[in-house]
Structures are given as C-alpha cells and as structure tokens.
Design a protein around this ligand. Structure first.
Ligand code: NCD
Length: 316
C-alpha cells in the first residue's frame, strides 16, 4: 500500500500507545516528515482554520511547544493550558468532561496527564482525535515517533539495530514506548542498563518477548557500549519517586562523559528525550554522535506530519 493510502487510514484516529499505528503507517508518517523537512514552505497553509488544543496537566517544554509550533507552522491555531491549576481540574472536573468540552472547540486534542491510562478515558469522551503526550510513567507515543524518525534519518533504517537504553527504565515512559515500537522491527536487540530498582516493568519485557527480540539486562553502562548502534539515555524520573532518599541515591548512577564515549563505536548515536539533568556531561554535546538536539527538532516535524494525517489534510 502506498503512503497516501496509509496516511488516509490515520484520519480521525487516536494515538494513545505506540502500537496503535502499524510500522507501515509509521513509515508513511516518517516519509511525510522527511518531505516537510525538505520543503516546509509547501505545508505552511495546510491546516488553515484548524485548531489544536494542548491540555497539559504536567510540566513540559519540548512536547507542548513542539506541538504548538507544529500547528502554527501548518497555518493552524492553538488553545490550551500548561498546568492543571489553571484549568477546571483545580475545581474537581473530570478529565472526561474537560476533554469532551474542549473537543467542541478544537479539531484535535493533545493531552499530558500524570495518571496512567488517563488519555484512554479522555479519548472515549472526545469527539475529536486524541493524542497522548505522556500519561504518567506509562507511554509517550509521540516522543517515540520523534525517536524513530531520528534513528531512521541518522542510521538509514529501523531494522537490525542494537539499542542500549540507560537510566530510569521503570518510570521512564519514553523508554516503554520506544521499546514497544522498536520490538516490531526485524533484528532489534536491546541492552537494558539500569539499577536493580529501576528495571523495566514486566509489561515492557512482554513487549520485547512478543517481538522475539534478544535482550540483556545489566547494571554496567560500560558493558555493551562498544557494540551499540544507538545509546538512549534517560533521566531518573524524580516526580514519580515516593521518597527523596531513593531518588538521591539513584539519580547520578549513570553519567555519559567523553571518557565513556571513547568506548563507543564511531557510528553509534546518542539520544535523549530531554530534559537532561546530569546523565550526559555537556562536553558530550560537541561529539558529532550526540543527536539529542536534532532529535528534539525532529519532534516538531513528525508532529506536523501527525497533525496532517489525523486531520486528513495530507492531500497532494
Ligand atoms: C520526557 C517525558 O516527559 O516523558 N520528556 C519529553 O517529553 N521529551 C522525558 C522526561 O521527562 O524525562
């Protein structure tokens, strides 16, 4: 099936978890993102008259601003809030009621919420497509679109890659989504690097097994670095810890610095969903293998592609 037909299939859909779109559908989105990157001016009026609502009940820089910028670059407009305190959630309104109401004002609704599964509840109540921009420590599918577009552009494809994921694999929703998505590509192998307390949850291991991907779990960051194609660093998710002491004990266990980068292959790329706290030394930023700021920019382009597809506006 060609890209146009695959994109047509996305019209009106929700994106709540990475598996909601097939690898073929994602491929069509990435092709569209590539076309947008090549010629952004061709898309500047595609979403004229459309409104995107960004409902952020949790802090965000990249996800919210890249969604909003994506809509503005397509000629559309945005509404929304960036903290729960400034919405009627502070008065006790349910997410279902908020989203149902906002769906009456907008053409697409993007939600970030601290509760796992909240976006699914929201999607049931919404009259317009809902996109999960992060639900607690669960999933973050548009970060994954960003990550896969970046891997595809940097490595030339998504198959046969050995991916190291390092840091907070328990609470890191970007990790859970990345692993689920990459498990669907042939030849993926995972090296999961975390302290015992922050290992990936069992539902993520199930995703890996379902994909038949080989994986190893280790606490040693140096262990597999020499053989990786991608090293995906993450911060320890402070806001999901129950006690401060545990956070302080675990937060600086893995720090990628120039010395460790010397152990890595020339062709390996370093990714990070950002924000970074301490886990990548800023000296690494100068290394051409560090692609995290490019990755953040790709997020805007892939969100432009996603908005066009969900709204059925990708007509050539
Ligand atoms: C991530 C998130 O919110 O889960 N940030 C992002 O969206 N780029 C990662 C994080 O906060 O650590």
């Amino acid at each position: 099936m060609g890209d146009a037909a695959l994109l047509q299939r996305l019209k009106g859909r929700n994106l709540l978890e990475p598996g909601d779109f097939s690898p073929d559908e994602c491929g069509a989105l990435f092709d569209l993102a590539d076309r947008i990157i090549k010629d952004p001016a061709a898309y500047e009026a595609r979403a004229k008259g459309k409104i995107l609502a960004a409902l952020f009940f949790e802090p965000s820089t990249r996800t919210r601003l890249s969604f909003e910028t994506a809509m503005l670059k397509l000629g559309g407009q945005t509404i929304g809030f960036s903290e729960a305190q400034s919405s009627s959630a502070a008065k006790g309104e349910s997410i279902a009621d908020t989203v149902r109401t906002v769906g009456g004002y907008s053409d697409i609704t993007v939600i970030r919420h601290p509760k796992e599964g909240s976006c699914r509840v929201a999607a049931k109540a919404s009259g317009v497509p809902v996109v999960n921009a992060g639900d607690g420590g669960h999933h973050h599918p548009t970060q994954t679109l960003t990550d896969l577009l970046t891997i595809r552009r940097e490595k030339g494809g998504l198959e046969g890659l050995r991916i190291g994921v390092c840091g907070d694999l328990k609470f890191g929703r970007t990790v859970h989504s990345l692993i689920r998505a990459m498990s669907a590509y042939a030849g993926t192998e995972f090296v999961l690097i975390s302290p015992e307390e922050l290992r990936v949850p069992s539902y993520v291991i199930r995703d890996i097994k379902r994909g038949g991907c080989p994986y190893t779990e280790t606490q040693d960051m140096r262990a597999g670095i020499a053989k990786l194609d991608v090293l995906y660093m993450t911060r320890v998710q402070k806001e999901r810890f129950f006690n401060e002491e545990d956070y302080i004990r675990l937060k600086d266990l893995y720090i990628l610095d120039t010395e460790r980068m010397r152990l890595a292959p020339e062709s390996m790329i370093v990714m990070h969903p950002l924000p970074r706290v301490n886990e990548i030394d800023t000296d690494v930023d100068k290394d051409p293998r560090a692609v995290y700021f490019t990755q953040a920019k790709n997020g805007m382009y892939v969100r432009m592609a996603l908005i066009l597809a969900l709204l059925g506006l990708e007509v050539e």
